[in-house]
Design a protein around this ligand. Sequence first.
Ligand SMILES: [Zn+2]
Length: 215
Amino acid sequence: MRHIVFTRRAFNAIVTETLDKHPLETGGIFIGYVLDNGIWIVVETIPPGIDTVNRSAYFEYDAEFINYLSNVVAKQYKGNLQLLGLWHRHPGSMDVFSPTDDGTNLLFARPNSWGAISGLVNCDPRMRLTMYHVDAQCNYTKTEWSIDDGIVPEELLELRFTSAAELPIPEAELRDAAATLSAGQPDDGAAQAFTINDAVTEFGQICKKLMKSKL
Ligand SMILES: [Zn+2]
């Protein structure tokens, strides 16, 4: 059974960004984990950026900003945060996707066998969030969501550096990273082989496509 869990922080970022730009459209990017049991954990919601276009029925992300900030944030976590999908505000009560949205959702859904998640926020007049799963064929499945009340395993939210006694030696960190990369694929398959570096590369490619579709 598929289910989406937002950390409180990730949830707040959606609400505050919507309030901030109301009544115009806005949105953001989800990064986190897809677990084997079908649970999607949105650890952070990345804001849409500075150089955005916000209109009442139209919205463009600042792809360069998102690429930059996603990588900055992802590097602060111990786990391999992945790009999960995106959300955006819609005018009125329109809680289904437009043909333009289909194209954007596919950019996120196609690179991964597990697809992507995409959310729509409406204010009619109370704010509400409708979450969908989207597969590589652009099939949408409405998906239940909740806010983390302690069910997300703590280790998934662990930050990389938390103690003054364990401050890193930059030269050694770089050596370790290089060693991990040259060691190749781990024994137990594709899920573990996906590293932050892969996510960063993949995200860079999606951002380039987003920018192209802007032109
Ligand atoms: Zn839309």
